[in-house]
Design a protein around this ligand. Structure first.
Ligand code: APR
Length: 238
């Protein structure tokens, strides 16, 4: 039925894996000021504070209490079995999509498991926490690695490929995102403008709720596997 599916995920898809979201109750932005830990200015002002913020999240991600949930696994199945074009875009910086089996995805806000050389922009898989001794191996003198995270005011990754897919897809699904941060919050508008069907999966109506033609209200871990089953059976959603 569909030829080209684009899926956008947000923090809500990892909530059932124990990863804190940003804007729900007890979310990360209740305890940290965005300008202090998620902007280039904040990093310039106090690199140790920013490194501590990402080191804590990296340590939690590595702990064995955290695992991909049924929603991550279902999206990996969709990627493997859907016979049309498929793109997974995530705003999440965790690696739970990869642990769930996804192979082709765009981390538009970066990745918690990597550090980046501030001079060459080369990325390195983190082997130790960020700090004065965690240096790149691409420069002389070596540079202190920074989190490979897109901070507010920086350009997200993969935007050309994302725009191309949004303009050509016939189904756009947003899962577990509050729709508060652009450009991701505007993806539904591009999909609508190009005639795609648009579906939102969320616990609650999110900021761009009215822009979606169809809504599935509930937990991603329960709803996404059923949605994937429907899509792979060739049935239309709307
Ligand atoms: N199932 C489905 N949706 C859920 C679940 C769940 N189990 N748990 C929470 N949600 C929904 C919430 O209702 C909310 O709409 O997930 C959304 C999480 O919203 P945010 O915390 O704002 O996360 P996100 O939308 O990913 O934030 C976007 O903002 O701070 C920046 O860079 C950061 O990538 C992040 C971006």
């Amino acid at each position: 039925m569909y030829r080209h599916i684009v899926v956008l995920t947000g923090a809500g898809i990892s909530a059932e894996s124990g990863i804190r979201t940003f804007r729900d109750q007890h979310g990360l932005w209740e305890e940290h000021h965005i300008e202090d830990v998620a902007t280039p200015e904040g990093y310039q002002r106090d690199p140790l504070l920013v490194e501590r913020f990402y080191n804590q999240r990296w340590e939690q991600l590595k702990s064995d209490e955290v695992a991909a949930n049924a929603a991550h696994v279902a999206l990996a199945r969709l990627e493997a079995e859907f016979d049309g074009e498929f793109m997974l875009i995530t705003q999440n910086v965790d690696d739970l999509h990869e642990r769930g089996g996804s192979r082709k995805l765009i981390h538009m806000h970066g990745e918690l498991v990597k550090g980046r050389c501030p001079r060459s922009r080369q990325t390195f898989l983190l082997r130790e926490p960020f700090g004065p001794d965690n240096l790149c191996t691409c420069c002389i003198p070596p540079q202190r690695l920074r989190p490979h995270i897109v901070w507010f005011g920086e350009m997200p990754f993969g935007m050309d490929r994302i725009h191309d897919s949004l303009e050509r897809c016939d189904l756009f699904i947003a899962i577990g995102t509050s729709g508060t941060v652009y450009p991701a919050a505007g993806f539904v508008d591009i999909a609508n403008h190009h005639g795609a069907q648009t579906v939102e999966i969320n616990l609650l109506p999110a900021d761009r709720h009215s822009q979606f033609q169809w809504h599935l209200t509930g937990a991603a871990g329960a709803l996404v596997p059923r949605l994937v089953e429907t899509l792979l059976s060739g049935k239309s959603l709307c």
